[in-house]
Design a binder for this molecule. Structure first.
Ligand SMILES: [Mn+2]
Length: 213
């Protein structure tokens, strides 16, 4: 898995996978095992939440994904009401709401509560971004004003298969892009640097030998 290669090469402190780790609930056992073998190459905290392709419904692929077998460093954020993971060693606090039903009523950051302000405050959202002044009848929306209201140190966005900067009012918010080439862009992941003085800085890292266009 190219993302794991990049995480090892960059010596990151944690890996965030913001939904759609698996393409569907019909993914076969060998692919599940392969994904777990890849994640087992890491020892850093690896935080996973569900997306619309791997949502937590009654037929969820996650019923067949024994994360524990890949290691205790994997944290699966599976609470549909939203939950918080606190990693004291990294002074990192992560909030995420698991996606169960991808529909217009699902709001990925509704119910968010800010954490202890002495921690890095990171939010994950598998969501369809809606800029200010626009409306959408799509599912799992996140509006620009909701991003601004989070006031977090970093919002990691998943769902769209491309890199995109959705930062607003001092809240850094980015889609990571996709680990395979898609939509005329190159495969990439986001390297997020959290600095006491300057806050979050995001660097786009090409994956799997892909070259930037
Ligand atoms: Mn998605």
């Amino acid at each position: 898995m190219a993302v794991v290669d990049a995480a090892l090469a960059q010596r990151v402190d944690a890996l965030l996978i913001v939904g759609d780790l698996f393409d569907s609930s019909r993914v076969k056992a060998p692919q599940i095992l392969d994904a777990l073998e890849q994640l087992a190459r890491l020892t850093i905290p690896t935080i996973v939440t569900s997306g619309n392709h791997d949502c937590l419904d009654q037929t969820s692929v996650y019923q067949r994904v024994p994360f524990a077998e890949a290691g205790g460093h994997i944290y699966f954020m599976d609470d549909p009401e939203g939950s918080r993971l606190t990693l004291d060693e990294l002074r990192l606090s992560i909030w995420s709401k698991a996606l169960v039903d991808h529909h217009p009523g699902h709001r990925p950051v509704e119910g968010y509560e800010p954490p202890d302000p002495s921690y890095w405050n990171v939010v994950l959202a598998h969501a369809h971004y809606v800029p200010e002044g626009e409306r959408s009848d799509r599912s799992s929306l996140i509006h620009e004003s909701e991003i601004a209201a989070l006031g977090c140190d970093y919002l990691a966005l998943g769902h769209w298969h491309r890199f995109l900067d959705c930062s607003v009012d001092g809240v850094p918010a980015f889609y990571s892009g996709c680990p395979s080439e898609a939509g005329g862009t190159f495969a990439s992941a986001n390297l997020v640097l959290l600095d006491e003085a300057s806050g979050a800085r995001v660097e786009r890292i090409p994956l799997d030998g892909d070259t930037p266009d």
